[in-house]
Ligand binder design. Structure first.
Ligand code: UD1
Length: 372
């Protein structure tokens, strides 16, 4: 069985890594990684391939940045001839970025089966580009691999058949546990990490990421968020790796950071994990970090009005803060209290990729017995 696994943007790389690694246990599977090039800076892209134990991509599509239409179209135009030439049996797409959308449309129109990993999540907020990507990808996918029960419920409501929906847990947690083990057992020499001395020096700190257009593309929203964090930084320093989009906007709007907010370049996976896993709390608008903090029991304040990952609030450490200064300050207090009550969601146990492959192998066997 020939399978393409698609990745394009930073949050995809940690999701495809465990799926690729688990494919190696199945000799009948030939798995090829396709990198669309949506993210291309070294620290947003290559650095991840080096540290996540996956080979260089078989195909690099060099799509790059652009408006949504331009970026999506460039990915589609580059992906189509490769599918036509190689004729994979299955295309696996992960998450909700423009690459997910573009490649699922191309594959489906060529009558290639599509599996969506992290299917069914819904914020019900159509101003988020990711929500549109999730809905369209799920509208045309054949197999749905779901991370939390809300995903199955949403898909059923949208008319999907129960037998195409598989609640497998979370591949991102597979990767997180794999990498955390490497830090814990000394496979990774943490003294070589770029953030090693910073962590030793600060000891107690907050970790923050922020990149969503709705938070950083509007000057007054961005200012309000930073004003809350400036206040919080009076009691604890805030370590803040800055996404390229955020850096551009901060310069454009002249955002003033307290000198207790330490601005860092975008970090690779290990550097980032090494910092946030021991943070007093994480402030973020990322989807993945809401889940990763829940998996490791680190308090998380999500700077958004909604989340497509409700299990992190219902069971995990996550508190939704909204994007206003007062909301952020009170969510911070709540998140510190919540830490002791939080639990890890069902099936977030590091085995999701294995479950996915055992399902896919079963489906392939059924197909071949029907044909034969
Ligand atoms: C994309 C995803 C978002 C994900 C985020 C993680 C979509 C719609 N959005 O948003 O879901 O959470 O990735 O980072 O797919 N840039 C660089 N170097 C890079 C990549 C981007 O400088 O390697 C700059 C460019 O100016 C670009 C901007 O960042 O225009 C935004 O990049 P883009 O891929 O369009 O969206 P993200 O905001 O990164």
């Amino acid at each position: 069985m020939k399978v393409f696994i698609v990745a394009g943007a930073r949050p995809n790389f940690m999701k495809i890594a465990p799926i690729y690694r688990a494919s190696l246990a199945h000799p009948s599977v030939e798995c090829k990684i396709v990198h669309t090039g949506q993210h291309y800076d070294r620290e947003m892209s290559d650095a991840f391939f080096e540290e996540l134990d996956i080979p260089k991509p078989a195909y690099f599509l060099e799509a790059g940045s652009g408006t949504h239409a331009v970026q999506t179209a460039k990915i589609m135009v580059a992906f189509e001839p490769i599918c036509e030439r190689e004729k994979p049996d299955l295309v696996i797409v992960v998450g909700d970025v423009n690459s997910t959308l573009a490649c699922s449309i191309v594959a489906k129109k060529l009558c290639i089966k599509v599996a969506h990993v992290e299917a069914g999540l819904r914020s019900f907020d159509l101003t988020m580009p990711e929500e549109i990507n999730r809905m369209v990808t799920d509208a045309i996918s054949d197999y749905f691999f779901v991370t939390e029960e809300s995903g199955s419920a949403n898909l059923l409501k949208e008319g999907k058949h129960q037998d195409s929906i598989y609640f497998v847990g979370h591949v991102m947690v597979d990767n997180l546990l794999h990498q955390a083990r490497k830090i814990g057992d000394g496979t990774i020499d943490t003294s070589t990490l770029t953030v090693y001395s910073l962590k030793q020096q600060k000891k107690k700190y907050i970790f923050m990421t922020l990149h969503r257009p709705s938070n950083v593309d509007n000057a007054s929203t961005f200012r309000g968020i930073i004003s809350a964090l400036n206040e919080i930084s009076e009691s604890l320093p805030v370590l803040f790796p800055v996404h390229p989009r955020t850096r551009k906007r901060a310069e454009e709007f002249g955002i003033q950071f307290s000198n207790q907010i330490i601005l860092l370049p975008p970090l690779g996976f290990t550097d980032s994990l090494y910092l946030w896993k021991d943070a007093e709390a994480v402030f973020t608008d990322s989807g993945g970090l809401q889940e990763e903090t829940t998996a490791l029991g680190v308090p998380c304040v999500t700077i958004r009005e909604n989340t497509e990952r409700p299990i992190t609030v219902a069971r995990g450490t996550n508190v939704l803060a909204g994007t206003m200064r007062e909301g952020i300050l009170s969510a911070y207090r709540e998140s510190l209290k919540k830490k002791t009550r939080a639990a890890v969601p069902p099936k977030w146990d590091g085995q999701a990729s294995e479950r996915i492959w055992s399902i896919l192998m079963g489906l392939a066997k059924n197909d071949s017995s029907k044909r034969g």
